[in-house]
Design a protein around this ligand. Sequence first.
Ligand code: HEC
Length: 127
Amino acid sequence: MLLKFITTSLLMGFTLSVFAITPQDLLKIYEAQSSKASPSRGEQFFNAKHGKEWSCSSCHENPPNHDTKHIVTGKVIKPLAPNANPARFTDEIKADKWFKRNCNDVLDRDCTAQEKAEVLSWLMIVK
Ligand code: HEC
C-alpha cells in the first residue's frame, strides 16, 4: 500500500516535470526537428495570410501582447507573447494542440517544426 503510494507520487512528479516546460525548452525542441529559427521570418509568417481568409494576427493581433478577440466568436483570447502572459508555451501538449488547430484554420495544414520555431522565437521577443 505504502509502496503503491510512493510509486504513484513518483510517477506524478515525473509526469509534471515532463509536461511543465519553458518557451526556451519548446523552442529547442522545434529547432532540433528543423533548424535555427529566425524571429523576423516568424513575425512575417504570423502577420501574413497563407491562401485563406485569416492570418494568425486576425485573432491574436500584432503585437500579440494584450487581450484580443476571437474573430468569429468574439471571445477574449489572452496575450500570446510569453512576456505578457507567463502561462504561454509552458505545456507542450497544449501548445501543439493549438498550433495544429490554428495552423489548419490559417494554412489548411499543420505548421512545420520550422514554422513553429520561427513564430515562437519571435513571440519570445515581443515585449
Ligand atoms: C480564429 C482565431 C485564431 C487564429 C486565426 C489563430 N489563433 Fe491561435 N489561438 C486561438 C484560440 C481561441 C486559442 C486558445 C485560447 C487561448 O489559449 O487563449 C489560441 C491559442 C494558440 C496557441 C497556444 C499557446 C499556449 O501555449 O497557450 C498557439 C501556439 C497559437 N494559438 C498559435 C497560433 C498561430 C501560429 C496562428 C497562425 C497560424 C494562430 N494561432 C491563429 C485562436 C486563433
